[in-house]
Design a protein. Structure first.
Lengths: 258, 209
């Protein structure tokens, strides 16, 4: 019994992981079998609705899309947000593959920058348009927070960007990026895993993504049943966490749990 | 051949990711292996930084040589010039030398402080723009909370510290703000978990083919 109590956090971690993996596989298989778009049953997030429209308009108008991936490294907790940003980059690059101006991705962390180049290369290769790939479209803008913002601002302002999506780990410096987008009259959809950045984005961005909305980007931009499945998994796990918190509070209040 | 490479890449990523994750949960069994894999990744990250710097040089060199760049070519020239200067000075004297510290104190720190000052103005402007853009009770609540927290944090001109505002700020910071932050962080944690699981399942492959 003591062994279980001593290792309770690890056991719970393993259980949570197994549950998350099981649910993801279950929803993925179910959505693939049904063949019906799982997006239909999800609530509309206005930011993604507007962004999808903006992508189409950008392609028609020969304007550029800008994707800022933040400065989160994949070795740290912010890596999750960076991966979501890369998925969005993949979707944007596919949608804008026929545009005269290919999308540009900026990041403030070297591995994320390399991954963004790889993502763009993979998209163009899969579409048989290798010649459209330019490594300089996946850019490392700077490696300190403000250097990153200062490096990405001219890209937003000067490169005829009609829509930009900021998805990744940012700090308060994201305010400068959003303002650069505003001055370029482009649509700014922005979300982050960091609370200070979310507060800034709520005030500054045209379409802020609050909380876990940024992690739903892949599903809402049509990245496939794996993304919609993992979104459903999050919904189920959220109720599990709410149940655990409520049960813990009741046990604590009644004195059952010391 | 390409297919084999794709599967190989995915397998390496899935197995490495799985072992590192299990290393956190089963440290006695896989802790050593986890540390080894993370150390390898750190070495790779150093090379990625080098690639990132080369990418930065390529982007700005392209701008300098492009006839359409105009004044941007000047900015890019300044950046490359100072990058070269920094590499030479810190390469010869070391990053903690007087020259290295001089470079940071003379150029980087003042420029970043200036950007922070600009950021403060940008945030005030964004807050005032919020109501015209999204006139909603939540926007109003957001702005009222910001004003209360600001007034409760700094002493007011003539009045000094107003105890009611200080108490209100403390209550906001310790009760509703903490509750909201925890809710948001739980959502972010679940989102991060989902992103990690997609990588482990080999569905998302940002590492290429």
């Amino acid at each position: 019994m003591n062994l279980v109590i001593d290792n309770l956090d690890r056991i719970l971690g393993l259980l949570l992981l197994a549950l998350a993996l099981g649910l993801s596989v279950f929803f993925l298989v179910r959505d693939r079998r049904s063949g019906i778009s799982a997006l239909r049953s999800m609530r509309e997030i206005p930011a993604y609705f507007r962004f999808r429209r903006a992508v189409g308009l950008a392609v028609e108008a020969g304007k550029r899309l800008h994707i800022s991936l933040g400065r989160g490294g994949i070795f740290e907790k912010p890596g999750g947000a960076a991966f979501v940003g890369l998925t969005m980059l993949d979707r944007c690059a596919r949608a804008a593959s026929i545009s005269d101006r290919p999308p540009v991705a900026t990041s403030g962390e070297s591995i994320t920058a390399v991954l963004s180049q790889d993502t763009l290369r993979r998209v163009y290769t899969s579409l048989g348009a290798e010649r459209r790939y330019a490594p300089t479209n996946g850019r490392l803008s700077g490696i300190t927070p403000l250097a990153y913002a200062a490096g990405a601002m001219p890209d937003l302002h000067d490169e005829q960007v009609s829509a930009c999506i900021l998805a990744g780990h940012f700090g308060a410096e994201v305010g400068l990026l959003v303002e650069a987008g505003e001055r370029a009259h482009s649509l700014t959809v922005a979300g982050s895993d960091s609370l200070p950045a979310q507060a800034v984005l709520y005030a500054a961005a045209q379409e802020p993504l609050i909380g876990e909305e940024v992690f739903a980007g892949g599903a809402y931009l049509g990245a496939g049943p794996a993304h919609t499945g993992s979104l459903r998994m999050q919904d189920v796990l959220r109720w599990v966490v709410i149940g655990l918190i409520t049960a813990g509070a009741i046990l604590k209040l009644t004195g059952v749990w010391p | 051949m390409k297919k084999i490479l794709q599967i190989g890449n995915a397998l390496v990523a899935i197995i490495s990711g799985g072992l590192v994750l299990l290393g956190y949960l089963l440290p006695e069994l896989l802790g050593g292996l986890r540390q080894l894999l993370v150390q390898w990744a750190v070495i790779l990250a150093a090379f990625a930084l080098l690639l990132g710097i080369l990418n930065l040089v390529a982007v700005h060199w392209k701008r300098i040589t492009s006839p359409k760049s105009g004044v941007k070519a000047v900015y890019s020239s300044v950046l490359l010039l100072f990058m070269l200067l920094t590499i030479v000075l810190t390469g010869i004297a070391g990053p903690a030398s007087d020259w290295g510290v001089w470079l940071v104190d003379t150029f980087l720190v003042p420029v970043e402080i200036s950007l922070l000052a600009v950021l403060a103005i940008v945030l005030v402007y964004a807050a005032t723009r919020l109501l015209s853009r999204r006139f909603h009770w939540s926007s109003l609540l957001f702005l009222v909370t910001v004003v209360i927290v600001l007034l409760g944090t700094v002493p007011l001109f003539v009045f000094g510290e107003v105890q009611v505002l200080v108490n209100l700020r403390q209550w906001v910071a310790s009760t509703p703000a903490v509750a909201g932050a925890r809710g948001l962080l739980l959502g972010v944690a679940l989102g991060t978990l989902a992103a990690g699981i997609r990588i482990l399942m080999g569905v998302d492959r940002p590492y290429g083919d």
